[in-house]
Design a protein around this ligand. Structure first.
Ligand code: BYC
Length: 482
């Protein structure tokens, strides 16, 4: 029997929600399971379904020790339903129901809104697996390959998490949505994924590291906001998802850091002081820092779009209803209703970027986005320290939020990295100085050659400082052939 902390591994679907006592939901999940496995085999990591991968699997939801590591073939991974332990007498922390007991069932009046939030969240998880499915073939090491697959199986589990909520709490339409989540495809012309950034390609490993740094961090922010939800099963689900998410951002941050370290090291060894001497740097087989900045620009701006519109009634309604809070709402000190307060928002007025005070409830997407930018800044600062330590005169930076946007106020204009509005001709002429050009992509692609000897790394990336699960440098993280 699950005790809420440990996970029941006896049935087909590991869980800590006592699925054995819930025949209807167990049957729904077991019916969905074969379609999921088909999707994983079709759209999951291409060419590695038979390889043995040193993966962590959740065996408990106890924050002090929840995972074990072992070799697993990915289609046999124990995807399961895991909720963080219930908080006794939990209360709704914000909005018009503040102080009322948290809901254990879906409140009828908020059913549609809640379903939409679950479907959007659920849709991103398989989308990212689809985006990354070709990357195993060009992994710069077995260590990196294993990290990619770890991220992939956990995104798969996060899909399970949302599907459980849909099937348990939304009956027939929940089951239909669960089917649709397996039907849409990232980048597909007719049945694309729901949010823009999840239909973009992740063509190379620098993109993967940027994606896990920037886009998984949006995942963290959105999950933190949903973890505050008055709908308790959603809160508990997101709290456990966040435990897994931390590793994804670690993969992104250390991945980019290792690229930077290797570039700086190669420049120093070869006496190149000018980071803008791109041809000479590239001739060393490493990625020049200005191109790293262009990738930052691309992934940062694509991810900003995921926060929605600057002024949003949807966001106000979700907050007011108690469904989606602010980042770490429970640590904030104010009235948690926000009916009378305002929040400063950057808007586009007469073609200019201006700051305006907006009703705080309508500005919640921007508040979350501002918290996100602060969180990103921490990583950028650590990357800059590595560049500084190497004695190279270059700084990475986050661009103005008006740059390269497709959603919201700034989708109507072109803006330069400082947020100055430009005419279309100037933008077109400058675009390749700010975003990866076809030539940049070709260069990065030319470096993407697989390195699959244990302990070896491609020449464009430094080895990590420590192994996964404290394994030594030569550890065989993926056994490609049994
Ligand atoms: N693309 O009122 P607005 C993750 C639509 S990542 C397309 O501003 P709202 C992960 C919007 O749907 C986290 N459409 O919207 C990371 C609305 O349409 P309807 C994923 C967009 O609701 C890496 C209309 O425009 N989770 O977990 O305030 C790997 C009006 O917009 C977009 C979530 O996002 C867009 N970018 O804000 C794996 C959490 N933006 O309904 C996983 C749930 C807006 O009027 N989602 N629209 O037809 C939400 O909270 C919100 O829906 C959004 C949008 C933040 C996405």
């Amino acid at each position: 029997m699950p005790d809420g902390m440990n996970v029941d591994y006896d049935g087909l679907i590991p869980n800590n929600v006592d699925l054995n006592a819930d025949a209807r939901v167990r049957k729904a999940l077991e019916t969905w399971h074969p379609g999921y496995i088909d999707w994983w085999k079709d759209m999951g990591p291409e060419g590695f379904q038979e390889s043995l991968v040193y993966l962590r699997t959740a065996i408990s939801v106890d924050p002090k020790g929840w995972a074990k590591f072992d070799y697993v073939k990915m289609p046999d991974y124990k995807w399961g339903i895991l909720l963080a332990p219930a908080v006794p007498d939990r209360r709704i922390g914000f909005g018009q129901h503040k102080g009322e007991p948290a809901w254990q069932e879906v409140p009828g009046e908020y059913r549609a809104m809640l379903r939409r939030l679950l479907v959007i969240q659920g849709d991103t998880e398989p989308a990212s697996v689809e985006q990354q499915r070709h990357l195993g073939k060009t992994a710069p090491s077995l260590y990196d390959m294993r990290n990619l697959f770890q991220v992939n199986v956990e995104e798969g589990r996060h899909l399970w998490a949302m599907v459980y909520l849909l099937q348990k709490y939304f009956g027939k339409d929940g089951r239909e949505e669960a089917e649709e989540l397996l039907r849409r495809r990232s980048g597909h012309q007719d049945t694309p994924r729901m949010l823009g950034a999840f239909n973009e390609a992740t063509p190379d490993w620098l993109s993967f590291f940027m994606f896990t740094f920037f886009t998984d961090r949006d995942g963290k922010m959105q999950l933190e906001a949903l973890a505050q939800s008055g709908f308790d099963p959603l809160s508990r689900t997101c709290r456990f998802m966040l435990t897994e998410e931390a590793h994804h951002m670690f993969v992104g941050e250390t991945g980019v850091q290792r690229v930077i370290e290797r570039t700086c090291q190669a420049m120093k060894e070869n006496g190149i002081a000018d980071p803008h001497d791109i041809d000479r740097v590239r001739a060393l087989g490493v990625i020049d820092l200005p191109t790293v900045q262009k990738k930052v620009n691309l992934h940062f701006s694509l991810t900003l779009d995921l926060f929605g519109n600057e002024v949003s009634t949807n966001a106000a309604n979700a907050y007011n209803s108690g469904l989606k809070g602010r980042y770490r709402e429970d640590k904030l000190e104010d009235d948690h209703r926000l009916l009378d307060s305002t929040y400063p928002v950057l808007r586009c007025v007469d073609g200019q970027v201006v700051k305006e005070e907006v009703a705080a409830l309508s500005a919640l997407n921007m508040r979350l986005r501002d918290d996100y930018v602060v969180d990103c800044q921490g990583g950028i600062g650590r990357w800059n320290k590595a560049i500084e330590k190497a004695g190279i005169n270059f700084r990475l930076a986050l661009l103005n939020v008006a740059f390269n946007r497709r959603i919201g106020e700034f989708s109507k204009v072109h803006a330069d990295p400082d947020g100055r509005v430009l005419d279309a001709g100037t933008w077109a002429a400058k675009r390749d100085a700010w975003l990866p050009s076809g030539e940049d992509d070709l260069f990065i692609t030319s470096l993407m050659r697989p390195v699959d000897a244990a302990g070896a790394y491609a020449g464009w990336i430094a080895a990590p400082k420590v192994g996964i699960d404290n394994k030594p440098g030569h550890f065989e993280y993926v056994k490609l052939h049994e």
